[in-house]
Design a protein around this ligand. Sequence first.
Ligand SMILES: Cc1ncc(COP(=O)(O)O)c(C=O)c1O
Length: 384
Amino acid sequence: MSFTLLEKLTQQLQKRSEAGNLRSLKQQSVLKDFCSNDYLGLARNEDLENIIFEKIKTLPQPHLGATGSRLISGTHIYNLDLENYLAQLFEAEACLIFNSGYQLNSAILSTIPQKGDTILCDELIHASLREGARLSLANKFYFNHSDLEDLEKKIQKASGEVFVVIETVYSMDGDIAPIPEIKKLCKKYNAHLIVDEAHSTGLYGNKGQGYLIEKELHQDIFARIYTFGKGIGGHGACVVGSKVLINYLINFARAFIYTTALPLYSLVHIREAFEHIAQNPTLPQNLHAKISFFKNLLSDFKHDTIFLKESSSPIQILRVGGNERTKVFAQELQTLGFDIRPVLSPTVKSGEEILRICLHIFNNEDDIKYLTKNIRLIASRLSL
Ligand SMILES: Cc1ncc(COP(=O)(O)O)c(C=O)c1O
């Protein structure tokens, strides 16, 4: 029996639906935000908004659209200035802005490692890095999450130029990679380290320069990736590294070359958001205080199967397990007014479904108390 294309697609959707993980779009909710990546509230900061609009008026046109790709008409003078500013901020030789972290990550891995080279990725890296590895002609392998022994074994077997790909703060676990140890291994075997700082950009360092700079670990890294859609509250991403790396990407990265550049608005947002953080250094500190407050309230939380994973980042993970159970848990919290989303399989491994709770500077202590109290209550009911 043969099926039409639409019938085949419908069957796939039905399978998802039966597995309880059919995705659908929902408009931004009016519930209390415990799910967005706007950790510092900069996407909704009215002072910052006013500064950005005032600044744009002082800059040469075009203001609303970039008019073309970076290599044709899309490189505004502000763009080059911003790349220099970011290179200095991130203490690197050079910087290149991409339209999004997804584009950047898939570009860097599909462009730099060549046939015969080896890409070694942490098993928990973001889908965009996986996409880049998939598109690359190099050999690719995944090592167990933050497992140094497994990584070393895989480096020893690798051929050609070896690239190790990690995140600082993992987006689905909120934990931090053992960076000094991974750097040591890379040095020992002459491997090139690529680090995605998506969930630490803006949140660490006295000017929001991320975890690596705060801990002075940023030297001897082949490429560092910063994204601006999370802690910075805007859009876009940049990679910093050597001039050769940047020049190579300008020449060979298709996701950079063949797309319309970011509009001026997004560029000004990036710069002004970093200026705002530098002028308000207590912003990241206040966020970290909220994280400690939340963690302390759940420090003695015990349950047979549900637990809070260790994380010092604003991404706090409640491992619930099971698509249906995790969905019910999230729905109950939503009914109480909290916008908290379940992360289901296949986004995470089956049986390891989670609630991903994101903490923000604007979440107040009463809400956090009410949330943790209800996490305990719902968990105790789920164990019955
Ligand atoms: C670790 C990580 N890297 C990259 C990205 C993609 O960044 P962007 O949202 O700018 O495309 C994300 C987004 O969720 C992420 O979590």
